[in-house]
Structure formats: structure tokens, C-alpha cells
Write a protein that binds this ligand. Structure first.
Ligand code: PLP
Length: 375
């Protein structure tokens, strides 16, 4: 089995699974209970918060647990919009965001906000010039990804944040760092970022846990009501097994950050070298900035069919992104790829657990598929 779809989700790291099981079976108290089990659970919750905050480069009191990246982004965007619900205003995001952002701003547009989608350049980057042209004095929110889930390109968030705050100092800056956590050193303070979304299942934690950074001093109106957990930002009894697992995954990934990065970088270089030698009909769509995500078009081979052939060979990748499910990828269209190319695109995404054997299996399976499909 060769799992090369780590931008979709990752296997749970053993340390994270152990932490989850330990918490389920022994540390199962409710952090709000006042007896010993509850106090132990509350302590574990706060220790986990410290660990995740440190991976995010922020303070524990600025770190809120949520159920996933999508929830973090919804809380950020809808909360920011609620702060401006009377005068509305202008929201800027990009054409290559995840659906969590795009669908949310579409709704906010229907509520009366003006929305601008910045187009990327052909290399998959949002330029500071594009933002400068779009900014207006009534801009209330900029939401931009850190790393793109289909291309692996990293946006110049420090420059974008500086431009935003110079022109519209009251505007909030949200960063979707779901694909950036443990892959790019996170520095939201340096980037003048107010809100940042991350997700556990992209870094070896179970599904069902995410986190949201909210800059100290920013009071975001909560989107849900309940028992006031997570200071009202994500109310409901905390999923402590997932949270403890997320903290363990952060601890392990951050401790081995440089080593893991170098390993994935070497794998990506090997993939490119092997593809150049053995797949003359394939082309990489862009130069990715993080090696973890590679977008490769195999000429003449529809990705949906190729995916099935690869799957039969035990090689698992995505067509574009896992969320696009057969629809043309908006990201590949936004960078100007013709449909003939985007329809033949595969996304290979690595984790530090992958090896050269996984790349060899991918190349061999694509060769086999191309032989069948390119007649
Ligand atoms: N943002 C990006 C860039 C993603 O890649 C994803 C997941 O694919 C999300 C947001 C949504 O995260 P989650 O699956 O935790 O809701």
C-alpha cells in the first residue's frame, strides 16, 4: 500500500492514537467537573493548549480548540462579518481558497457584503500588487491561505498582512493555515494576522479536532451557544481524546520539523527526477513552495480513470483535491490551466512517513495506466 494523499488526510500517528486511547479509557473526565477526574481533564486540556499554541507560534490564551479547519474558518469569517453587520463592507479572499472559505464568503455576499476574489498568477501565487489593487478603505476582512492544498504554493502572507493594515487598519486578517501547520514555520504575529485556522487530521491527529488562533484583545462574537466552553467560541464538551492526540501530533511533528522537511524535500526531488526520466508525457503544473504537495498532469490520461488504475495497484493519490469529487478544479482553472490539462492532473501529497518505494510504486503505476489510456 502506498498512501500519497496526505493533503486529504493522514494516518494517525501512534503517539497520537495512544494519547487518545489513554484519555478515553483513563482521563475521561469532563473538564468542567469539579471532582478529581474533572480537574485532571482540565489540566490535560490546558497542557494540550500550550503545546498546540507553541506549534502555532501564539499564546495559549489565544488558542481555541474547534472540531476542524472548516469550523475554525467559519467562526473567523462569520464572526468578523458579524462585527460589521450594520455597515457591511468589503471582504477580500482569493480564487484558490478551500470551500470552507469560498462557500462562507458566498453566503456573506448574499448578506450584503461586497466580495472580491483575488486571482493568482500562473505560478499559483497571490501577488501583493493584486491585493493593493483590490483594497479599499471599507475593506473589513482579508482571508488568505498560507499553503495551497492542490499546488503546494505558499502565499506571501507577511506582505499581504502589512499592505492590509496600512490601507485598512481596522480590517481583520484571517489565514487558513490548514496545509501549513508543521510544514511552514508559523508566525501569525509577524504576519499581522488576527485569526488563523488549523486542523489536526492533516498532521497525524484524528479527524474531529482543529484549532483557531484569535489575536489577544480581539473579541469575536461566538457563532454557537451552549455551555461556554472554549470561552464561548466553540461551546460543547471538549473532545479531549482528540485534543490530547492533536497535542501529541504537534509535539512530534514540531520536534522533527527540519528533519521531516528535508526528508519530504528529497522525496519530491526524487519524484520530479523519476517523472522526468520515465514519464515523458507528464508535466508538473507549478513549482510548489512546500515539497509536500505536487501537482502533475499526465497527458492523455483522465485523472478519474487513472486514479482507479492507481488504486488497483495500491497507490492512493487525488485528482486535484480530494474535495473536488469529479468537478473541475477551481484552483487549476484559476491559474489558467486548460481543461485538457486540469482533467489529467493528479495530486501527490507526502507525509514524513513516505519513502522512495512509494514514489517508485507511483511511477510504475502511472506507466502502467498510461500504457492503457494513451493509445
Ligand atoms: N483549508 C484547507 C487549505 C484544506 O486543505 C482543508 C482540508 O482539506 C480545509 C481547509 C478544511 O479542513 P477540515 O477538513 O479540517 O475541515
Amino acid at each position: 500500500m502506498h498512501y500519497l494523499d496526505n493533503a486529504a488526510t493522514t494516518p494517525v500517528l501512534p503517539v497520537a492514537a495512544e494519547a487518545a486511547v489513554r484519555t478515553m479509557c483513563e482521563g475521561y473526565g469532563n473538564p468542567s467537573s469539579l471532582h478529581r477526574k474533572g480537574l485532571d481533564a482540565a489540566r490535560l486540556l490546558e497542557e494540550s493548549r500550550k503545546t498546540v499554541a507553541s506549534a502555532l507560534g501564539v499564546l495559549p490564551e489565544e488558542t481555541y480548540f474547534t472540531s476542524c479547519g472548516t469550523e475554525s474558518t467559519n467562526i473567523s469569517l462569520r464572526g468578523a462579518a458579524r462585527l460589521h453587520r450594520h455597515k457591511k463592507g468589503h471582504i477580500i479572499t482569493t480564487a484558490i481558497e478551500h470551500a470552507a472559505t469560498l462557500q462562507t464568503v458566498r453566503e456573506l455576499e448574499q448578506d450584503g457584503f461586497r466580495v472580491t476574489l483575488l486571482a493568482p498568477d500562473a505560478g499559483g501565487h497571490i501577488t501583493p500588487e493584486a491585493l493593493a489593487d483590490a483594497l479599499t478603505e471599507d475593506t473589513v476582512l482579508l482571508s488568505c491561505q498560507l499553503a495551497n492544498n492542490e499546488l503546494g504554493t505558499v502565499q506571501p502572507v507577511a506582505e499581504l498582512g502589512a499592505l492590509l493594515k496600512a490601507k485598512a487598519p481596522e480590517a481583520l486578517f484571517h489565514i487558513d493555515a490548514v496545509q501549513g501547520l508543521a510544514r511552514v514555520p508559523l508566525a501569525p504575529k509577524k504576519w499581522k494576522c488576527d485569526l488563523m485556522s488549523v486542523s489536526g487530521h492533516k498532521i497525524g491527529a484524528p479527524k474531529g479536532v482543529g484549532a483557531l488562533y484569535i489575536r489577544k484583545g480581539l473579541r469575536l462574537p461566538p457563532m454557537a451557544t451552549g455551555g461556554g466552553q472554549e470561552r464561548g467560541i466553540s461551546p460543547g464538551t471538549e473532545p479531549l481524546p482528540n485534543i490530547a492526540a492533536f497535542a501529541e501530533a504537534c509535539r512530534q511533528r514540531m520536534a522533527a520539523f527540519d528533519e521531516n522537511y528535508a526528508h519530504v524535500q528529497a522525496l519530491a526531488a526524487y519524484l520530479r527526477e523519476q517523472a522526468e526520466q520515465k514519464l515523458p508525457y507528464a508535466v508538473f503544473n507549478v513549482e510548489s513552495d512546500i515539497p509536500h504537495v505536487q501537482s502533475i498532469a499526465v497527458d492523455g490520461c483522465k485523472s478519474e480513470v487513472m486514479l482507479r488504475i492507481l488504486s488497483d495497484e495500491g497507490v492512493y493519490v487525488s485528482a486535484g483535491s480530494a474535495c473536488s469529487k469529479g468537478k473541475q478544479s477551481g484552483v487549476l482553472a484559476a491559474i489558467g490551466l486548460p481543461r485538457t490539462r486540469s482533467d489529467c492532473t493528479l495530486r501527490v501529497s507526502f507525509s514524513p512517513e513516505n519513502s522512495r518505494e512509494d514514489v517508485d510504486a507511483f511511477i510504475a503505476a502511472v506507466q502502467k495506466g498510461a500504457k492503457m489510456l494513451r493509445r
